[in-house]
Design a protein around this ligand. Sequence first.
Ligand SMILES: [Zn+2]
Ligand SMILES: [Zn+2]
Length: 488
Amino acid sequence: MQQSNREKGIKPAFSRLMLMVIAFMVVSLLSIPCEAASRRSKSSNSEPILRVKMGGNHTAFKVTFPDGGWMQNKHGRKTRTFRKGETLNWSLPGKRGRRVEYKGESIYLFGNKDVVQLNKSLYRGHLQADITDKGARIINHVGIENYLRGVVGSEIGSLSPSESLRAQTVIARTYAYASRNKHGSEGADVCDSTHCQVYKGVSAERATIDPAVQATRGIIMISDGEPIATLYHASCGGMTSDNDKVFGGAPRSYLRRVICPFCRDGSNFRWTRSISADALIKALRGEKTVFSRLYDAEIESPQPMDRVTNLILHTNTGTHKVRGTTIRRLFNLPSTTFILGNRGIAREIIAAASPVTITETPESTQRHRIMIAALADDIADGPAQLMILTGSGLKRTLRPEGGWQTIGLYPAGDAAPGSEELIPPAKVAASSGNRASSLEQLEIFGRGYGHQVGLCQAGAIELGKRNWSYRQILAFYYSNVALRSLDY
Ligand SMILES: [Zn+2]
Ligand SMILES: [Zn+2]
């Protein structure tokens, strides 16, 4: 049976008992059926052609024909031929009133070996230029598989393991297939920039990526019969997010939260930033939030080390709420998933890889609205216990059965999510009215890079190194999807 084979393939990747919970989850997820597998071999249809809008409006362009080529009009009639290496130079005339060459026409430029050069870059397929007296719109008509060869290397490093590259290729193909006619009003399917997918043609092709494109030829991911929205990000920092929690809108069954400890060796698994009160005051003035003294700051988030919905600032002009996404944008933070540690304690807790005792006494015991939370760096090897000094004394928590997820100290009255293994909430002295001191600095401790929905690229690279197949990698991050092979 196909499915049990796949399950066998997964288990060696989980040698540690402590990962059993995840392993169980994975096994129940990793059942991507391939709908049209039996039809693939005999198919003879040609692959879909994608119309890629190249840049914006061109006031000038050069097309070179490395192997010679020709121009034809919209009726398919050949109107000009080009010798090997010959270049067509087009530009708007410098002076008004001068005749615009090919004005009102669409010209089609073909290379004898299906390659043409637009300005300095080579592209497969042929080019279309729609010319008006304002400039030219250029569209590259290219087979979807050749298009992918020029895309995948820009989306993930070409030195990644082959199965990770295959997973990224299926994502890019699914995106392209689902995006047909996305730029329909401009006569195109997709554009060549980050708005769609960065496409650089032949110059982006790599010897390591071509096999990934070939091995997954025609394969896309579907859910309920439709190509899925293939969201992905650089690093989730331990846990991905539900799509609706991040972007609003309807929850999608395949974009659910997944625990991912696999990105821990990548960059931005954990990060820290310091923002001075002055910088905050200055930046927020531009957002029409005006104050000159910051007393205290706290965050609003669904749970500790989760996305920050709002940063709450207690200031001399009252309490202000600033959206987490605004703070991310203003200070170029890797993600909106962070906590605050204003006493220099959280830094040590988060850095702890073994039991730690903190003996430092905070200079003030007046205001200790401390929210300390650590997502364990490794579910198997996380610290056995943590000692946390708060304004109300030393607290100790032991590693809960099954390993750390989050640990937290919560102000009295707040319900602590999670198990009873968590330490009891610290008693927090009433801080309202205590405005004796100002906060000079926000210490921010965060995890992950990007929106954290869908596939975690750093995790996918690690899973590729652990010999997971691209199907297993995709099934791990996208729940309940099927692979479909387009019939060509
Ligand atoms: Zn676009
Ligand atoms: Zn991850």
